[in-house]
Design a protein around this ligand. Sequence first.
Ligand SMILES: [Zn+2]
Length: 245
Amino acid sequence: MTTTNTDPTLLQELRYTLVRACRILYAEGVMEGPTGHISARVPNSSRMLIKPVMVGFEEITEEEFILMDFNGEKLAGGGPVGQVPGEFHIHSEIYRARPDVASVVHTHPLYTVALSASGQTPRAYNLEGRQFASGVPLFDAITDAITTPEMGQAVVRTLGQTLAVVLKCHGVAVGGSSIQEACLRNVSLEQAARMHLLANQAGTPTALGPAEGTFLGSPEVRRARAQPTWDYFVRRSERILSNGR
Ligand SMILES: [Zn+2]
């Protein structure tokens, strides 16, 4: 059954935050080029707002975000060049399977994808990367775009109860309980991949285990730092983008 939620204020708030997330993902080097997408579930509905393809993360506007249902029907939004992502199934199938996920990011991050080519996913080699200390699952059944519900469901099975999965030689699907959380988790995952590659250049490093470096991962610290961290990355992306990159 398709349910709807068309509260215009809510949709506008989601569009506003989605644009900020896109600018952060671009400024932090997670995604360049006109493909890749981020979406937000419209609460209490079978709908989502999603970034179209053929529009870059750094240039997308609020109006260009597409409102569509989980079956692929476009309901509103979109600009003159933006197209519904053929891979919207990554988003719709995660939302169907995981009520705890409010936002999904699908990007093709350089370092994470490079690591995946040899069958590896980022491990935690510094404190900032410790959220990945339990390991990040690798989806290697299909090395192609995820263009059907069945393919999306296969990705969801590999994701399991985690919030990040690496698609081999392709990209990542990252979820969060908010747009901010999903966005910054993708930034952290790509930073962990860079650290992973650097650490392994230097020798044979030992990755942090789930019980190590727990200060940054404690619920109190995470809660207290969530909003200031987001605000910082918004300011930083504005500075980087104002320099014309
Ligand atoms: Zn893709």
